[in-house]
Design a protein around this ligand. Structure first.
Ligand SMILES: Nc1nc2c(ncn2[C@@H]2O[C@H](COP(=O)(O)OP(=O)(O)OP(=O)(O)O)[C@@H](O)[C@H]2O)c(=O)[nH]1
Ligand SMILES: *[C@@H]1O[C@H](CO)[C@@H](O)[C@H](O)[C@H]1NC(C)=O
Ligand SMILES: *[C@@H]1O[C@H](CO)[C@@H](O)[C@H](O)[C@H]1NC(C)=O
Ligand SMILES: [Mg+2]
Length: 488
């Protein structure tokens, strides 16, 4: 900086301004008070009311606007689905037969909801009834947005933001006469409350509560098919009577009793026509450049599709530090489709368990696999990679040089593994945090990660996680080799 002399023109101008301000101050005592009040009012306004409007009006003050999505267009689209029409001939329209599972889980993780959405659709389908689809709702505090009292935000995600296919109102196969699913709101119109038969979950469950999944399924199927009523609502009983009043409850999903349903469910149109929502797909597409090849030319041309060179690993952390202890003390098996015997890396519950309590050694066994150490994870990645490369048919080029670390961890732990993985020859390492997502894509971020894991050549998951199990479902429906599905 150049030195400025005391009498330079710049200095003179500054002095003049200073004097002018000094002179004016004493006259403005009252105005100062007014100013304080104005500032206080503004602060109050900013903190509580009208946040959204202010942020809209002055984006340069707040940076990018981070508000929950309104899904205005998508909601209108759902409202306008062609099956929302009373005049359609049977089995749709005003003479159609409907079932509304009001007992579906609410305010639980997306994947506990998803497996049930799919199985209930399958049950409705096999009972010749229209499935009624619902918004997905989670606990407010779990969303990636803060909650302000005066913000107009209903934390609800239209099902069509998360999935596509028959469950969400999409078409069935061409020759399939099954009725297309309708929304809750349409159900209120086509099945007014006065015309509904209410079935309480507890009127049905006692007879079949601890039976295998296929027995539970057939029991409900018979009931729903034979009921003469056009409109059925299955209602949950009080949580004091049954903490899991679902048709297919957590006890079935979390045990081998679910497995007899697998073959039929896997081949059902509900599974086969399940698709990726356009919002999720758009998030995958816009982030795909992160995965573009960084290896040698030869490797790139041998396996050009980035997904074919990718190993995706689901690092289920956060609440699992506690959940894994609970799972140990409940003698929990793997969850749902993670239990399929065709998959490698199964887990056997160790002997020595007593009701509500496991031995310290057994708890250790659970933690090793449920909340694994870095070393355990690195080993698993190594063996899964070499098993996959070794499994190539002769002449089949296999390259695995891209790693996707999908996680709910927020501590930055995942990034600490980066250098080690780089040394092991992973040229491209991407984590959940790196994805660039808009508001709607951010709301369905779990489904975005699941889509990457679905399409990766090799997937490693957490056997106790429903998030993992729905990826497993999708991969097997896609016809992937079970050996590409691993559990740490
Ligand atoms: N984006 C992303 N989110 C994750 C990942 N793992 C967990 N989550 C989030 O954390 C939630 C887990 O909360 P839960 O309520 O227990 O959900 P869940 O989907 O039933 O899954 P599990 O608990 O694993 O059985 C998921 O629904 C996701 O929103 C991940 O790898 N990527
Ligand atoms: C259900 O629909 C299928 C296919 O249209 C049909 O074959 C079957 O008879 C129907 N079952 C009942 C109970 O209506
Ligand atoms: C623990 O779980 C296994 C597998 O489901 C089961 O066979 C065993 O009986 C359970 N042990 C106890 C004491 O409940
Ligand atoms: Mg869960």
């Amino acid at each position: 900086m150049l030195p400025t002399s005391a009498n330079s023109p710049k200095r003179r101008v500054l002095r003049r301004w200073r004097n002018r301000i000094r002179h004016q101050l004493p006259q403005s005592r009252q105005r100062r008070w007014l100013l304080y009040i104005a500032i206080l009012a503004t602060v109050h306004f900013f903190v509580g009311y009208g946040q959204r409007d202010l942020r809209r009006a002055f984006p340069f003050l707040f940076g990018e606007i981070d508000e929950p999505p309104t899904y205005k267009q998508l909601r209108q689209w759902e409202l306008d689905l062609p099956q929302h029409n009373l005049e359609l001939p049977f089995p749709e329209g005003r003479n159609g037969r409907y079932v509304y599972f009001r007992n579906q889980v609410r305010k639980l993780g997306w994947n506990n909801a998803l497996n049930e959405v799919l199985m209930n659709t399958h049950l409705a389908y096999k009972s010749n009834r229209t499935y009624v689809f619902q918004d997905y709702m989670w606990k407010r505090s779990y969303y990636p947005w803060r909650w302000y009292k005066h913000r107009d935000w209903r934390p609800r995600t239209p099902l069509n933001a998360l999935i596509g296919g028959p469950s969400a109102g999409g078409p069935w196969d061409k020759d399939d006469p099954a009725p297309r699913s309708v929304s809750e709101r349409w159900f209120d119109i086509v099945c007014p409350k006065s015309e509904r038969r209410i079935i309480y979950s507890e009127d049905v469950k006692p007879a079949i509560r601890w039976k295998n999944g296929d027995v539970i399924f057939k029991h409900w199927q018979k009931l729903l098919s034979e009921a003469p009523e056009r409109c059925i609502e299955v209602k949950p009983v009080s949580l004091k009577v049954d903490p899991f009043p679902q048709t297919f409850d957590l006890y079935v999903w979390g045990s081998e009793r679910i497995l007899p349903l697998w073959e039929e469910f896997k081949n059902s149109p509900v599974s086969q026509l399940l698709s990726t929502s356009p919002i999720v797909q758009s998030a995958v597409d816009r982030n795909l450049y992160l995965f573009m090849a960084r290896s040698s030319r030869a490797q790139n041309t041998d396996v050009p599709d980035p997904f074919d060179r990718m190993l995706a690993i689901h690092l289920r952390r956060g609440d699992f530090s506690q959940a894994c202890l609970d799972l140990a003390n409940w003698n929990s098996t793997f969850y749902s489709w993670n239990l399929l015997p065709s998959l490698p890396d199964s887990f056997s519950t160790p002997p020595g368990y007593e009701w509500g309590k496991n031995t310290p050694e057994n708890v250790q066994l659970y933690l090793e696999r449920c909340f694994p150490t870095d070393e355990f994870i690195l080993n698993k990645i190594r063996t899964s990679r070499s098993d996959y490369i070794r499994g190539a048919k002769s002449g089949e080029p296999r390259v695995l040089d891209t790693l996707y670390l999908l996680t709910n961890d927020k501590s930055g732990w995942v990034d600490s593994m980066r250098p080690v993985l780089q040394r092991e020859g992973w040229n491209t390492i991407v984590t959940t945090k790196q994805l660039h997502l808009d508001q709607e894509q951010k709301d369905v971020n779990m489904a975005v990660d699941m889509e990457f894991a679905r399409k990766a050549a090799v997937f490693i998951g957490n056997g106790w996680s429903s998030f993992t199990s729905n990826i497993v479902h999708r991969r097997l429906v896609d016809g992937r080799d079970p050996n590409t599905i691993r559990f740490y």
